[in-house]
Design a protein around this ligand. Sequence first.
Ligand SMILES: [Zn+2]
Length: 237
Amino acid sequence: MLSPTGLADLLDLQAEDTDIDRLLHQRETLPELEKYRAAAAGLDKVERRLAAASEDLAETTRTLDKTSGELEIAEIKLGQEENRLFAGGMSARETEHMRDEVQMLRRNIGAMEDEVLALMEQRETQEQDVTAITAERDAAASAKSELEAEISKQWGMIDADIAKHEARKADIVPSIPEDLVELYEELRQGKERTAVGRLSEDGTCGVCHLKLSRAEVAEATKADPPRCLHCRRILVP
Ligand SMILES: [Zn+2]
């Protein structure tokens, strides 16, 4: 028969383990974690929108640069052809042809100028979009960082608590026989994570709350360690 001290220590050990389980559960279920996951998903979404808007802006800028370049070349060509017309000395046919070409160039230049203006307006709108989405992104990123900081603060406190309970466990365990600790750990694998309970005066198991008859109590307490006949948990008389 084990010393009652060993069994009583087992109850203390379980109290520490129960606290640790509770703290671990608390660590995994912080309300901030749910908010953090939502914030991370939101940030991801806004970053994708920003990338798309930036790409649209870059595309417009490329088209604008290209059209502006073409416009510049057409303007130079127009100047050259006009100069040749002004200089004269061409045949009537050549002059006629040159005039047609100058008119065509002017039409093209007009169309390109319209296009450049439209592209500049589009670029301005897209720049505003990028600025607005960037602000959204920055706000989402800082909200996520705040949650990260809050979670690590709370985890830090929980971990410090866990460490205290672990230290108390380390004090308790050496006073309990090794095989009893082994049995205790084995029983704690169960869903309820409870391995030991008090046997009340009237013979009720502190874990399953079923009553043991006087004969059953006598039988249970004869065993080393005493165990509940119903749930097989260790009993501390
Ligand atoms: Zn029981």
